[in-house]
Design a binder for this molecule. Structure first.
Ligand SMILES: Cc1cc2nc3c(=O)[nH]c(=O)nc-3n(C[C@H](O)[C@H](O)[C@H](O)COP(=O)(O)O)c2cc1C
Length: 309
């Protein structure tokens, strides 16, 4: 039996993004997609989310920036990136040539910066959409992350929505404590989909050195340890919004991915686990196909939200 893996991420504004399968590689874990040629089979994922990109190039945080912890890892890369112009001039033409579906993850420290960055992608061939990383400090408002508060998250979403015709995903931070309210706010402000979740703030200490392991002291926790947290947030949010949810957080097997789909996600991202195993996307999709065949399910979309009461 053949199964359908095609998914349509359609928001309320009439824009939609068609994916050949629901597996995307998460931002910051697949570079600029085309860099991975020879490391993984680029034809497997349904899409790639680029490294977080800002208006101007950024150098990132002091070293060390990565630490292993039980059940996952911490990173404090600090958005090191080449700036949006490098995407427009150097990366997008390659994505187009290779026929890759790439969503550009953008970050900023003010609403104006998000808007200018998003607007520079308008009409650029090779770009399938934008994912807004709103886990960034709002410099003009005392440094609180945009994604912490529903009104601020909605303001940045609305401003970017007005500046672009591209499909727009908004990636939420688990640190908010009000994730489903933030999701509802960004959905009303014109997001086409929400990505749930970004990393959770954490830290580790080197007891011999008697100091934090990361140069930045704290970092973002990712990997399997995050999965139950992300799953609960996806489940809760799916009961509140009617735009698609793209799940993210600790997914490392077909079973994990299926759990998120059954909780209400239409698509999912693999991050940390992909860095460990570059063959994982193919393994996850093969495992999902086997499950669907065993269960006599012809279309992955039939499972979306099926575990919901
Ligand atoms: C090394 C590294 C770099 C990351 N960089 C970004 C980034 O630039 N922008 C972003 O929105 N998320 C970034 N993330 C977060 C991931 O996209 C993802 O949300 C998170 O790691 C949880 O998924 P996972 O447990 O599958 O890794 C990064 C994660 C890691 C591990």
């Amino acid at each position: 039996m053949d199964v359908n893996f095609n998914v349509e991420l359609a928001g309320s504004g009439g824009r939609s993004l068609n994916l050949k399968n629901p597996l995307l590689l998460a931002s910051g874990t697949c570079g600029y997609a085309s860099d991975l040629e020879g490391f993984t089979d680029l034809s497997v994922p349904g899409g790639f989310i680029s490294k977080g990109t800002t208006l101007k190039p950024r150098e990132g945080n002091p070293q060390p920036r990565i630490a292993e912890v039980e059940g996952g890892m911490l990173n404090s890369i600090g958005l090191e990136n080449a700036g949006i112009e490098a995407i427009v001039r150097q990366k997008a033409p390659v994505w187009r040539k290779l026929g890759l579906t790439v969503i550009v993850n953008i970050a900023g420290s003010s609403i104006d910066e998000y808007v200018t960055t998003a607007a520079s992608l308008e009409g650029v061939a090779g770009i399938a959409g934008i994912e807004l990383n709103i886990s960034c400090p709002n410099v003009k408002a005392g440094g609180e992350e945009f994604g912490m508060d529903p009104a601020t998250a909605a303001a940045v979403t609305r401003a970017v929505r007005d500046a672009t015709g591209l499909p727009l995903f908004v990636k939420l931070t688990p640190g908010s404590g009000r994730v489903s309210q933030v999701a509802a706010a960004v959905a009303s402000a014109g997001a086409d989909a929400v990505t749930l979740i970004n990393t959770f703030k954490g830290m580790a200490i080197d007891i011999r050195q008697r100091k934090p392991l990361l140069g930045n002291i704290t970092g973002g926790l990712s990997g399997p340890v995050l999965k139950p947290v992300a799953l609960a947030m996806v489940y809760e949010t799916a009961g509140i919004i009617d735009i698609p949810i793209i799940a993210c957080g600790g997914i490392s097997s077909a079973r994990d991915a299926l759990e998120f789909i059954m909780a209400g996600a239409h698509a999912f991202q693999v991050g940390t686990a992909f860095m460990v195993n570059p063959a994982l996307p193919a393994e996850i999709l093969a495992g999902m196909k086997q499950f669907l065949q065993d269960e006599g399910v012809e279309d992955i979309n039939q499972l979306v939200g099926c575990a919901r009461a």
